[in-house]
Design a protein. Structure first.
Length: 133
């Protein structure tokens, strides 16, 4: 009878291990959701029947058109309407700080305009060189 007890114990151990096997099969049937979160937003937690995979993007991308749908091309075609409208404000302007050959001291705004343009070009260059997070 002492030889049977180890066999019964090992059979019980094998039965217990078979009961634990269906758990991975349940995980394979779970729904997988791929979600993009922005900035410091929390990623939703996974549940028993759903696996959540999060991709984190910077806050500046929250309200932008997805990259794969953005058009390429010249800067003017990619520029926002607000930026274009800002340039229309200075069209036809004459006088001091206008960078215009018309009016008194119209030339005084040319250096300011060149400096602003250089800073804007440098900012765009840096943004183009950085890799997305």
């Amino acid at each position: 009878m002492s030889k049977i007890q180890p066999l019964i114990g090992s059979a019980a151990l094998m039965a217990a291990s078979l009961v634990a096997l269906p758990a991975p099969a349940t995980a394979q049937n779970a729904k997988v959701s791929e979600i993009i979160v922005y900035g410091t937003d929390p990623c939703p937690r996974s549940t028993d029947d759903e696996i959540v995979v999060c991709a984190r993007k910077p806050e500046s991308e929250r309200f932008r058109i997805p990259e794969k749908l953005r058009e390429g091309g010249s800067l003017q075609s990619r520029q926002a309407w607000a930026v274009r409208a800002r340039t229309f404000e200075t069209v036809g302007r004459t006088g001091i700080m206008s960078c215009s050959p018309v009016g008194p001291a119209g030339y005084t705004g040319c250096a300011d305009q060149l400096i602003k343009q250089a800073f804007e070009e440098r900012r765009e260059q840096v943004e183009g060189e950085t890799t997305p997070r």
